[in-house]
Design a protein around this ligand. Structure first.
Ligand SMILES: Cc1cc2nc3c(=O)[nH]c(=O)nc-3n(C[C@H](O)[C@H](O)[C@H](O)COP(=O)(O)OP(=O)(O)OC[C@H]3O[C@@H](n4cnc5c(N)ncnc54)[C@H](O)[C@@H]3O)c2cc1C
Length: 409
């Protein structure tokens, strides 16, 4: 039997759940579909993620505004740490002391801070708690989207979505938030480019002797950036999440070390800025890739989040870009609804795509360049990176531009 919904969202990751909460706040009827087992959603503690997703997300101010509108932020924020300053340290090649330190202070923005760092598990749990309270959102677990039939050229009919358990939905708009290996993107015939870096990100949390003072520190040394992002204290000790981007061979070596050896290596590569560190979680290794879809729309279909773009974790851009996709689309949909227009029309989707795709291409390209600059081994490239940071740090207008670009405004 055919069921109906105004909007169908494929994918219940942080992006899909955020989209559901944000669009629900405008009163839309939403079905969201995800393969995760139902009991995890009811427990509000995704057990599968707990074992695998050790990442944290630095939510920047525009993304926080979206989550505040969705009435999720107050709950999410309780488990996070505020980010007051973004510090970039150039460590040259393999030097043991910093060559240049640039502080981008949240006090230089109108909000007084840059963002908040939250574990992905806590962020997802807060979103699931919110969604469980919403009458206009139906979460279907244990199921995936397997079919997409666009409307016929003859008229403005709905798109038909088929699920793996045989259910069928007629809908005005489909949001593909089903991740980097998206089924919907393939079903719609949308091509994408993916490229890999010879680089992995090691992810874990540490306690350290020196307080972080709510400063997020990104250390640039050959091989990739090493970032420590503030977290709430752990057992009374200052705590940070670590994203350590290194060439693949070094990642393999680091991942094989016991905790004590890994802690010593980290203390050395952080130039002892945090004093001795202690590893307090498991570690995960993320191969570094970037990806971009050639188009963001198909009839009654919009690609958002990692379905549209994947970037290396530099400057906390990935999920924040996704929240920007969701916010800009939600505004267009809301306007159409107020004017009694079709919320999934080609006209609306193409207008959104014309604005969103160039921004997405620019940001994926910019982060790619930053990562390649951060990875650079040759001395002249390291010096160029250092000169760039000095220029941004000491020339006022460049600083302000960097702050604006960094927080995605
Ligand atoms: C080390 C690291 C650190 C990061 N740090 C930051 C940060 O500080 N700030 C930031 O903004 N970003 C950060 N990111 C990026 C951020 O983590 C990701 O953008 C985000 O987690 C991806 O969420 P998503 O919902 O788009 O995708 P996913 O989490 O992959 O969700 C996709 C969902 O779709 C489901 N699915 C798959 N197929 C189907 C189907 N056919 N039908 C229905 N559902 C389906 C999947 O099961 C999954 O639940 C970081 C990334 C890494 C690797």
């Amino acid at each position: 039997m055919m069921q109906e919904t105004e909007i169908l969202i494929a994918g219940g990751g942080i992006a899909g759940l955020s989209a559901a909460a944000r669009l629900a706040a405008d009163g839309h009827q939403i079905v969201i579909v995800d393969p995760a087992p139902a009991q995890n959603a009811q427990n509000n503690a995704p057990a599968d993620d707990a074992a695998t997703d050790l990442r944290t997300t630095a939510f920047l101010k525009p993304g926080i505004d979206t989550l505040t509108y969705a009435d999720v932020w107050d709950d999410m924020q309780t488990s996070g740490a505020q980010l007051r300053v973004m510090r970039i340290v150039d460590a040259g090649g393999v030097e043991r002391t910093a060559r240049e330190t640039a502080d981008f202070n949240g006090a230089e923005t109108s909000d007084g801070y840059f963002g908040w760092n939250i574990t992905n598990i806590a962020a997802k749990a807060a979103l699931l708690r919110k969604i469980a309270t919403l009458d206009n959102v139906r979460l279907i677990n244990d199921c995936r989207v397997t079919g997409y039939t666009p409307p016929t050229a003859a008229g403005p009919g709905p798109a038909i979505i088929t699920l793996s358990d045989g259910q069928k939905f007629a809908t005005s708009l489909v949001l593909a938030a089903d991740g980097r290996n998206s089924t919907l993107r393939n079903l719609a015939g949308i091509r994408f480019n993916r490229w890999s870096y010879d680089q992995d990100a090691l992810v874990f949390a540490v306690t350290h002797h020196t307080p972080h003072d709510n400063i997020s520190t990104e250390i640039h040394r050959s091989g990739g950036p090493l970032t420590l992002v503030p977290m709430p204290d752990h057992n009374g000790k200052a705590c940070s999440s670590v994203v350590w981007m290194v060439p693949h061979a070094r990642a393999t070596q680091l991942a094989a070390m016991d905790d004590a050896a890994l802690a010593r290596a980290l203390t050395r590569d952080t130039m002892n800025l945090f004093g001795p560190v202690e590893i307090v979680t498991q570690r995960a290794v993320w191969p570094m890739v970037a990806q971009i879809a050639h188009r963001l729309t198909a009839p009654r279909l919009a690609l958002v989040a990692e379905t549209a773009h994947v970037v290396p974790p530099i400057g906390a851009q990935g999920l924040n870009m996704s929240l920007h996709d969701i916010e800009t689309l939600a505004k267009q949909i809301d306007l159409a609804k107020l004017e009694n227009k079709d919320i999934g029309s080609d006209e609306l989707l193409h207008r959104w795509e014309r604005r969103q795709l160039p921004k997405t291409i620019a940001r994926v390209g910019g982060i790619d360049l930053l990562n390649r600059a951060a990875m650079a081994e040759p001395e002249f490239l390291r010096d160029l990176r250092y000169a760039g940071l000095c220029a941004i740090n000491h020339i006022g207008p460049l600083r302000r531009l960097a702050i604006k670009a960094g927080i995605g405004k």
